[in-house]
Design a protein around this ligand. Structure first.
Ligand SMILES: Nc1ncnc2c1ncn2[C@@H]1O[C@H](COP(=O)(O)OP(=O)(O)O)[C@@H](O)[C@H]1O
Ligand SMILES: [Mg+2]
Length: 325
């Protein structure tokens, strides 16, 4: 099943190829209908519904807004579907860089100094917003929309003019904007897998081609340079692995997540940066590559994720939802 940028769900033979080529005419609109509590996939033509199959598990291979932020997960919950990955809460907390940082601070993970501003503060009182933002740290300052990803709307600013422009740009993409101390960073990522029993891989390192890990670098410049395992001391490896699992548990992670850290190239200090509940998952992506290094092949990893989705659903079904005295 594919989803168009307008939000239309389409299915049919060779749906993936059809989406890639953009010729969607042969596909049919897809809807999920609950039959006696069992989710089923139907196609719709006008008012006619035709059943295709019952649904065992959904693997929402989606990034970003509506896909990774808990909204579609909420739909699956209501439809009683088992699905791969974190639930509503974990997805939405991980998606929001501001709330996520609050949570990580509360479990004492180191994060880079930051402040959160609103779109209306930026629109209506830019001068004061800049003054407050400059209190976060000396330049460079990173400006980020709270809820996005793929480095969209993120800018490194070196002075007040750049900060003002970056705040305005970030405010186009979200109502809440983070300003963060900028460092010269090494980018370290750890893959996490599991529901209640959680395991993780060795840390991997991404060596960005740009000044930082930009959209262009992520999607347009070909394969990024990676090091698996990341060259770190054993103590730092163990610390980051512990932090990755703590972060995962703190957001009520399930299935999978990739936890990203930044290491200051000057001081060597490591900081939690973000947690992605639906990380890049192509053959060349860090998440499966790290598991491959740990001896779990891509097909085995996908199998395990489906099993974890079913286990989580079974566990949730144990929850008492009717209370009678
Ligand atoms: N405070 C920072 N200091 C230095 N580099 C940063 C900082 N924040 C982000 N970056 C760079 O920007 C990239 C994207 O930021 P990130 O917070 O990971 O957002 P996204 O969700 O878009 O991946 C990071 O991978 C890193 O290269
Ligand atoms: Mg990132």
């Amino acid at each position: 099943m594919g989803i168009t940028t307008d939000g239309l769900w389409l299915t049919g033979a060779n749906a993936h190829a059809a989406f890639l080529s953009g010729s969607l005419d042969a596909l049919r609109e897809a809807v999920i209908v609950s039959e006696h509590g069992k989710p089923c996939l139907y196609t719709r033509a006008g008012n006619e519904l035709s059943k295709i199959t019952s649904i065992d598990v959904i693997f929402p291979v989606l990034h970003g807004t509506f896909g990774e932020d808990g909204t579609i997960q909420g739909l699956f919950e209501i439809q009683n579907c088992a699905y791969v990955g974190a639930g509503v809460l974990g997805s939405s907390v991980a998606m929001d860089k501001a709330v996520c940082k609050h949570v990580m601070e509360s479990i004492h993970l180191p994060v880079l100094e930051y402040a959160v501003f609103t779109r209306s503060e930026i629109k209506n009182n830019l001068a004061q917003t800049i003054e407050e933002a400059e209190k976060v740290a000396p330049y460079p300052l990173f400006v980020k929309p709270a809820n996005l990803g793929s480095s969209v709307g993120i800018n490194k600013t070196r002075n007040r003019e750049e900060l003002a422009a970056a705040l305005r740009e970030a405010a186009r993409f979200d109502r809440r904007i983070l300003v963060e101390r900028g460092i010269l960073a090494r980018e370290i990522e750890i893959s996490v897998l599991g529901n209640t029993d959680v395991t993780c891989t060795v840390p991997g390192e991404i060596i960005p081609g740009d000044e930082f890990y930009t959209y262009k670098d992520k999607y347009e410049s070909g394969d990024p340079e990676v090091a698996i395992p990341a060259p770190l001391s054993e103590a730092q490896t163990l610390l980051l692995q512990r932090h990755a699992i703590e972060a995962y548990k703190a957001i009520d992670g399930a299935g999978l997540a990739r936890v990203d850290f930044l290491i200051d190239k000057n001081s060597g200090e490591a900081y939690f940066n973000e947690i992605n509940t639906m990380p890049g998952f192509t053959q060349i992506s860090m998440y499966p590559k790290l598991w491959l290094y740990s001896g779990l092949s891509y097909p085995e990893l996908v199998n395990r994720l489906v099993e974890l989705a079913l286990e989580r659903k079974a566990e949730q079904d144990e929850t008492v939802r009717k209370y009678e005295e």
